[in-house]
Write a protein that binds this ligand. Structure first.
Ligand code: 26A
Length: 370
């Protein structure tokens, strides 16, 4: 197990020391790996670009897509001509690193598929620094997935070649050493991008959550998931205890599901009130909107709440790649710790603010205390 070097509250508090009783408690220590995350580990090849580069590859300024034939040259182009940086990415892996940033050591484990190459080594370094445990399915014959990220202003265009991430499978999830982590976990977080890879693995986690009355958090991840992976997305919907998206994903969901509204609050309400498997928990739908307030709808409740984001001097923003993942990480950490929705949103916004000041989907080290 990896112990991250930092000065945060959690790591300076001995694990079995109870603050309330001011003594060593006889109660069991908090369990390890309470949060389990699943998705696609990727290496981000990120550069500051321009309209000409976007046009060359037919990319929109703010988008996330799967690479096609015409995008093949993008990665080399970014590296050769745009001084691209290699940064650990993969949306839910960013979220998992983020949640671990806020939680006590050994709180988060992440599953996904990688190759056995220099890119996987960079991912290993990043998760080690974050103190995140990973259980990768390693495919020695296939490259680790890559995501070309073109930053223009406050926009980011992402073009992903999934590589080994596309080969994650149920067999890996069901390996005894992995499945025991699944059973042990208390909260599950799945990045919706994984609907392009292994929906059966998502369903396994979803059912595991519902049967144990444990929270299952799903991120909508990108408009194209709502549009083109509607069937597996909808099959998982009854299991969502928390669904997180941004305004673009909300709009794509509404359009592809015939909701006949573009009002973000109405869309959040519709998401919150979809049929639900585990009726012991009310579903919560959370829609982020960049610098605009975060919207929260709760199943069965009329009022939709708004939470303003934490203000930041625009000069301090490095790039917004990974801001949404960081928000989800902070929020998930709040859910793990049993915090209120308001506090969990606050934790998400706090972490997003830290992340946008870093290059790519990263967090500052040494750690800042929440
Ligand atoms: C299947 N796709 C397209 C993807 C991704 C992805 N993560 C998983 N699957 N496309 C982009 N990303 C990641 O999103 C992060 C920013 O939110 C990028 O790797 C980037 O780190």
């Amino acid at each position: 197990n990896i112990i991250p070097v930092n000065n945060s509250f959690h790591t300076t508090t001995p694990r079995r020391f109870s603050i309330r009783s001011n003594s060593f408690s006889k109660m069991a220590a908090p369990k390890d790996y309470r949060l389990l995350c699943l998705e696609n580990p990727l290496l981000d090849i990120q550069a500051f670009g321009n309209q000409e580069l976007l046009d060359k590859y037919g990319l929109k300024a703010n988008d996330a897509i799967l690479a096609e034939e015409k995008h093949q040259g993008l990665f080399e182009d970014l590296l050769q001509n745009y001084d691209a940086k290699l940064i650990a990415g993969g949306a839910a892996q960013n979220t998992a690193r983020g949640a671990q940033y806020l939680l006590p050591p050994n709180s988060v484990v992440y599953l996904g598929g990688v190759g056995d190459d220099k890119y996987a080594a960079i991912l290993h370094d990043a998760v080690k620094q974050a103190g995140l445990r990973v259980e990768y399915r390693v495919d020695p014959k296939i490259n680790t997935g890559r995501c070309g990220v073109v930053i223009t202003g406050h926009n980011r265009s992402m073009c992903t070649e999934l590589g080994a991430a596309n080969h994650y499978d149920l067999e890996h999830l069901k390996k005894p050493e992995v499945w025991s982590l699944v059973e042990n976990a208390e909260v599950y977080y799945v990045g919706g991008y994984h609907f392009t890879v292994c929906p059966p693995a998502i369903m396994e986690l979803a059912k595991q959550a519902a049967s144990g009355n444990k929270p299952f958090i799903l991120s909508l991840s990108a408009p194209f998931i709502c549009q083109f992976f509607k069937e597996p997305l909808d099959a998982s919907a009854p299991y969502w205890d928390y669904v997180i998206g941004n305004e673009g994903e909300a709009a794509a969901y509404a359009e592809s599901h015939g909701l006949n509204t573009t009002d973000v609050k109405e869309i959040a309400k519709a998401l919150a009130n979809l049929p639900k498997e585990n009726t012991q928990r009310k579903r919560v739908a959370i829609i982020t909107q960049g610098t605009e307030p975060t919207i929260v709808a709760i199943q069965g409740e009329d009022e939709v709440k708004e939470y303003p984001v934490h203000s930041i001097d625009p000069a301090k923003i490095n790039d917004t790649n990974g801001a949404g993942d960081a928000f989800a990480g902070g929020f998930a950490a709040g859910v793990v710790e049993g915090k209120s929705i308001e506090e969990s949103i606050h934790m998400g916004q706090w972490l997003a603010k830290l992340s946008i000041q870093e290059l790519g989907p990263s967090y500052p080290f040494p750690k800042q205390a929440y």
